[in-house]
Design a protein around this ligand. Structure first.
Ligand SMILES: [Zn+2]
Length: 353
């Protein structure tokens, strides 16, 4: 009997709207995740009190845990605390650090995890990956995909605008990551997962051309859904391939060599634009450049404070951040001199767009 279809693990419940945090008790009950609200709620030090005030009326039996730092140590400490209670699920509420800490801690005991995103900084909201710092280095740890994914637009609206806008860069970097995947198929015969590619592509194409900005609910909803689809794409193929190519190698290299230069999404967007230039795809370059400019996101190394020498080092180092991932950077294998030349051309082209 041939296998006629595949089973895909996805969250049971996805909800993007205003007022979601206040309705969390109902969302957990309706989603068959916790009928009585016996859950561990994990919050960051910043948002903690506000979130707890909103939650309490609908989640009277919840136990609150405060975590900070986004480190592997913090996740292990949280995981040890979770062991002492009996919880239906772990609910991580906050930005990437808090959600990823909760994801990792829940995954360790096989507890269902609900991701409640209060910002749209990157595609970690629904992904089966926790990005945590260990010994000063950011690592990606495989975890179970969240059972529920909730985005509360009230929090997104009141959060730091740049943090949320950065998610746009992370989403549109999928276009470059998918081009890298296709290149790896052509050059090395690497299989491309069509379903994963489609999930990663659709949201990116929507965000790339959709009018509106972070003050527009329709745009913010599409951005949130695109970030969720990116996470699902990674879950479907069991790797970050659909959402991470040369763009993310550049981002990881900058993070390693020049920490705290800019956020994940800002650097992924800029890296994607540079990789698209290297591919010589003029139509895509113009589309992506327009999108990043429209949302005031960085497009060139100098926009994030890196000079030519530093960027040449970044491109040298980039392939080492994801060994065996074939992208336009490995394909061209440019010498430092060639990179310097390409960067000069790139800066001229971007300035003329
Ligand atoms: Zn990313």
């Amino acid at each position: 009997m041939p296998l006629l279809a595949r089973s895909v693990q996805t969250p049971l419940h996805i909800e993007v709207r205003r007022g979601a945090v206040a309705d969390l008790g109902k969302i957990l009950a309706d989603g068959r995740i916790s009928s009585g609200g016996e859950v561990a709620v994990v919050v960051g030090p910043g948002l903690g009190e506000k979130v707890v005030d909103l939650l309490r009326p609908s989640l009277t039996s919840a136990e609150i845990f405060v975590t900070g730092g986004g480190t592997l140590d913090a996740a292990l400490e949280l995981s040890n605390k979770l062991r002492s209670g009996h919880f239906d699920a772990v609910v991580g509420i906050g930005g990437g650090k808090t959600v990823d800490t909760a994801k990792y801690a829940a995954s360790r005991w096989g507890l269902p995890m609900v991701s409640v995103a209060t910002s749209l900084a990157n595609d970690g909201i629904a992904s089966p990956v926790a990005s945590l710092i260990n010994d000063g280095i950011k690592g990606s740890y495989g975890v179970h995909i969240p059972f529920g994914v909730v985005v509360d637009l009230d929090f997104v609206e009141n959060g730091p605008e740049l943090v949320n806008r950065a998610g746009i860069g992370d989403v549109i970097s999928n276009i470059s990551a998918l081009a890298d995947w296709e290149l790896a198929r052509q050059v090395r015969g690497e299989p491309v997962d069509g379903l994963a590619a489609s999930l990663a592509r659709m949201g990116a194409e929507a965000v790339l051309t959709m009018p509106g900005d972070m003050s527009d609910d329709a745009f913010v909803t599409v951005l949130a859904e695109a970030l969720i689809s990116s996470g699902l794409a990674m879950a479907v193929c069991g790797s970050s391939r659909p959402s991470s190519g040369g763009c993310h190698e550049i981002m990881h290299a900058i993070d390693s060599l020049y920490p705290a230069t800019a956020s994940h999404g800002e650097l992924a967007g800029m890296g994607a634009l540079f990789c698209t230039f290297l591919r010589g795809d003029e139509r895509r370059l113009k589309q992506m450049s327009d999108c990043l400019a429209r949302h005031q996101l960085p497009r060139t190394p100098s926009d994030v404070g890196l000079d030519a020498d530093q960027f040449v080092q970044v491109i040298e180092f980039a392939p080492r951040t994801r060994p065996d991932r074939y992208t336009i950077l490995e394909h061209l294998a440019m010498t430092p001199e060639q990179t310097r030349q390409k960067l000069a051309e790139y800066n001229d082209v971007i300035a003329s767009l």
